[in-house]
Design a protein around this ligand. Structure first.
Ligand code: B1M
Length: 222
């Protein structure tokens, strides 16, 4: 089984979705994350084992390489697709309660802002690292974040912004969330956001990349 787990992790890291996927060229014609995850379940692995030993391992490597500029957005998107192919087999087991995740993460791009490429990457990295992700999409108001936070009281909330004009909306959103529940952790990120801005608006974490966020969530979950 260990060999199969390692192979799935390699598929995630390399962005090998399924057998018919031509990417990456050196794995052409080989089974991908899709077939191998199905096989691991058939052979008796649990969803949690596959998540821990394959998806988290593969996505963790991608996150570190991305942070170190050793891979770029297109490769991360391929890894995310491979991860989604594997998750399609695991999700029914998680939603039925037969398997557990590390925690819940609610993410959205803040009000007024329609940029979602970075936010989607963050969401996929967090999901691939073992968390349930509630993605609220773009142009998300403080009210919408609060409504979702009330449904998932232990969730960590992530705000993304790409515009200097919408980044300022983070302040009101953090304030509104903390007024409802001061214990709720709020993380911020996106190209114009800085650590100084994060402290100024009383958010709990600024991360310039998905990996820093995943490491923070892991610290909270441990
Ligand atoms: Co827009 N845009 N755009 N745009 N756009 C920028 C951001 C801009 C820098 C371009 C420029 O002028 N050079 C500029 C902002 C200037 C500023 O505010 N200082 C800008 C502008 C002005 C605009 C419009 C106002 C243009 C107009 O209409 N006049 C308009 C605004 C629309 C709106 O939102 N209301 C607009 C529209 C658009 C498109 C719709 C055309 C498109 C978005 C498509 C989409 O997202 N579906 C678009 C795009 C693609 C860009 C650029 C080219 C690329 C952004 C991107 O996706 N980067 C961008 C210029 C640039 O960056 N070169 C630009 C890749 C992505 C992976 O990175 O999102 O930074 P990023 O995410 C990173 C990290 O920041 C981090 O992790 C990600 C992965 O590393 N991260 C987090 C992100 N969120 C995080 C949250 C976390 C932690 C980490 O914790 C919660």
């Amino acid at each position: 089984m260990e060999e199969l787990f390692n192979r799935i992790a390699l598929c995630i890291e390399s962005g090998k979705i399924n057998k018919t996927s031509p990417y990456p060229p050196d794995m052409k014609g080989e089974d991908g994350a899709d077939e191998l995850t199905a096989r691991a379940l058939e052979q008796g692995a649990t969803a949690e084992e596959i998540l821990t030993n394959s998806l988290i391992v593969g996505m963790g490597k991608v996150g570190v390489k991305f942070r170190e500029n050793k891979v770029f957005v297109p490769q991360v998107l391929m890894s995310a697709k491979a991860m989604s192919a594997a998750m399609a087999h695991l999700k029914p087991l998680f939603t039925s309660g037969a398997a557990k995740r590390k925690g819940t993460f609610i993410i959205g791009t803040v009000q007024g802002d329609l940029h979602d490429i970075g936010k989607n990457l963050v969401a996929m990295m967090v999901e691939g690292n073992g968390y349930e992700v509630i993605d609220l999409g773009v142009d998300v108001s403080a009210d919408k974040f609060i409504t979702e936070a009330e449904k998932y009281p232990d969730a960590v909330i992530g705000l993304s912004a790409l515009l200097t004009t919408t980044m300022v909306n983070m302040e009101n959103i953090v304030k509104a969330i903390k007024e409802k529940n001061p214990e709720t952790k709020v993380c911020v990120g996106g190209a114009p956001v800085t650590a100084d801005f994060c402290w100024k608006i009383n958010a709990d974490l600024y991360s310039p990349d998905p990996q820093g966020l995943v490491e923070y969530l892991d610290r909270l979950a441990s």
